[in-house]
Design a protein around this ligand. Structure first.
Ligand SMILES: [Zn+2]
Length: 366
């Protein structure tokens, strides 16, 4: 008797789990440009820090004091306490730690930004056509445009905010179909504080011509989220790449710590809001990796094969996986678009039959 009740209960649970994949009503894509697997999984990289410490002992540097610890797990949690201590423990999982037998790779062989973002957003690499970071219109429609059409949303309901101005060209195949705000573009919003930031972002000097500080990008995205409750949001942060290109390890590490605070603020808002709480699936990933050593951590592209290794995190009320993936099949950058759609029970193959498929492990019955 008990045995059959127990097995009935098990069947019931399995059915509920299978059917339960369906709470998602909103999706959020977040990318951290060129954020290496090394820091994501290992926190502060002591070899890189040593190579950047010209005078005195590495132990006396501010970075070491703030973020160093014995194990990779401790170091990364010091650097990104919300991501590792809360998100990955309680709400999601992450693939790409090769030390544990999990890898995520790009299928494009370019290993720089436009091809990476295009692969994420269209679900397919096109190395023959997409082979520069120039401001050229993406010839292929993006998953953002597909979702707008399938879900019959207006332009405010599908929004992208990006620090890098070229994202305008990558994320939209048809100009003006979705809300996009990238680079130093002011964001038209009634809040006077947002208006002020729109001016400040270009009037206050920054190190880069085509990338604004992530702070502005994040604030604009949050303002849009709170005002218009989009069902599809893309937050594209850039500083993790630009500081690294400049060889500034302090600022690169700091950018990851800042990102962690943004993730916390975003998450707290989602939890406070009826429209999003328990109904929002999130993918966090990266356009490309970069070199693994003190000599080439600043760099990526064809000459740096390490840059094809990336990572991808999934946070969803429909997916019970938690923490790091172990001994898992390699997954690919071209699967992000179809996975976002699958969260919403939509089939991205309708948009692009050659796109990568949804990440199977997420949707298997657990
Ligand atoms: Zn770069």
């Amino acid at each position: 008797m008990f045995k059959s009740v127990a097995s009935l209960l098990l069947l019931f649970t399995l059915a509920v789990v299978a059917a339960g994949q369906g709470k998602t009503e909103n999706v959020i894509l977040i990318t951290l440009d060129g954020a290496r697997t090394q820091e994501m999984f290992g926190g502060l990289d002591l070899d890189v820090l040593k190579s950047k410490t010209r005078r005195g002992r590495v132990e006396d540097t501010a970075l070491y004091k703030k973020y160093y610890a014995e194990t990779p797990e401790q170091r990364r949690e010091k650097l990104m306490p919300f991501f590792w201590g809360t998100l990955m423990k309680q709400h999601g999982s992450i693939a790409g730690n090769r030390a544990l037998g999990s890898a995520v790779m790009t299928t494009n062989k370019m290993w720089f930004s436009y091809p990476g973002y295009s692969e994420i957003l269209t679900g397919q690499a096109h190395d023959d056509v997409i082979n520069s970071n120039d401001k050229k219109r993406n010839p292929y429609p993006s998953v953002l445009e597909f979702l707008k059409r399938k879900l019959k949303l207006d332009a405010k309901q599908v929004a992208g905010f990006a620090s890098w101005d070229v994202i305008d060209w990558v994320a939209e195949h048809e100009v003006g179909s979705i809300t996009l705000n990238a680079g130093y573009e002011p964001y038209d919003h009634p809040d006077p504080e947002i208006k002020l930031m729109g001016r400040l972002q270009s009037e206050a000097p920054t190190p880069w011509d085509s990338v604004r500080h992530d702070y502005y990008t994040f604030r604009f995205a949050m303002a849009h989220l709170k005002s218009y409750q989009p069902r599809v949001l893309y937050l594209s942060l850039g500083e993790t790449d630009d500081w690294a290109h400049g060889g500034n390890y302090d600022k690169t590490v700091q950018a990851l710590a800042n990102t962690d605070r943004y993730l916390r603020e975003l998450w707290d808002y989602l939890q406070s809001n009826e429209h999003y709480r328990g109904k929002t699936s999130i993918i966090i990933t990266v356009d490309h990796g970069r070199g693994a050593t003190p000599k080439d951590w600043t760099d990526h592209g064809e000459k740096v094969p390490e840059a094809q290794y990336i990572w991808m995190a999934f946070i969803s009320p429909d997916i019970p996986l938690r923490g790091e993936w172990k001994n898992a099949e390699t997954i690919y950058q071209n699967q992000a678009a179809a996975t976002l759609c699958r969260f919403l029970k939509l089939d991205y193959a309708e948009n692009n039959p050659s796109a990568g498929k949804p990440v199977g492990r997420l949707f298997a019955v657990h």
